[in-house]
Design a protein around this ligand. Structure first.
Ligand code: GAR
Length: 198
């Protein structure tokens, strides 16, 4: 029996996470839960409001112990019987030891997907919108990709380009970019859902 049991990982406001769990519920296949690595992340309140199973595994509690931090995450994923992970603004780099648990030997890929706010390989890292805005780019975009052992280097699944209006404030630029992120991640998620449950 194929399964597509998804956990979302997030660290921030949670707009992508919220959009994904709503899409999943609407499709009749709710996510198993949300993992958050920050006690003060906005996404926790959203999960509470919408009754999404969630757990905070606070990275700050595991300062020099990434392996313990990841072990705590894995325990929860096993409890939820998760076989796919969707990162949605998750700001911790997962180790190769962790990723190996999600390796699919047939596809030779990790069953871990990420959304990144640039047209990779441009602007990797954590400040993509800031850098692109400062560079006054005419076009920008977003990428959904498989995670690999590098940072923002995994195989690309889909990209979406958009034109930057030069009149936009930085906040308007990010808001527009995030609206594109939501649509692209939703599309990829639903494609995966259909593919893995047929
Ligand atoms: C999103 O723009 C996401 O693409 C980005 O963090 C933001 C989270 O916003 N992720 C990265 O930069 C990963 N390197 P959200 O909490 O509102 O979804």
């Amino acid at each position: 029996m194929p399964k597509f049991n998804v956990a979302i990982f997030a660290s921030g406001e949670g707009s992508n996470a919220q959009n994904l769990w709503r899409v999943a519920s609407k499709a009749g296949h709710p996510v198993r839960g949300l993992i958050c690595d920050r006690q003060d992340a906005g996404v926790i309140k959203l999960a509470e409001q919408e009754n999404i199973p969630h757990i905070v595994i606070n990275k700050k509690d595991y300062l020099k112990k990434q392996s313990d931090f990841e072990a705590a995450i894995l325990n929860q994923l096993i409890e939820w019987d998760v076989n796919w992970i969707f990162l949605a603004g998750f700001m911790t780099i997962l180790s190769s030891h962790f990723l190996k648990m999600y390796f699919n030997s047939i596809t030779q890929k990790f069953q871990v997907i990420n959304i990144h706010p640039s047209l990779l390989p441009q602007y990797p890292g954590t400040k993509s919108y800031q850098q692109a805005y400062a560079d006054k780019v005419n076009t920008h975009g977003v990428t959904v990709h498989y995670v690999d052992e590098g940072v923002d280097t995994g195989p690309i699944i889909e990209q979406q380009i958009f034109t930057r209006d030069i009149a936009w404030s930085f906040e308007e630029f990010v808001a527009f970019g995030k609206s594109i992120e939501h649509k692209l991640y939703e599309k990829v998620f639903l494609n995966f859902l259909n593919e893995h449950l047929e």
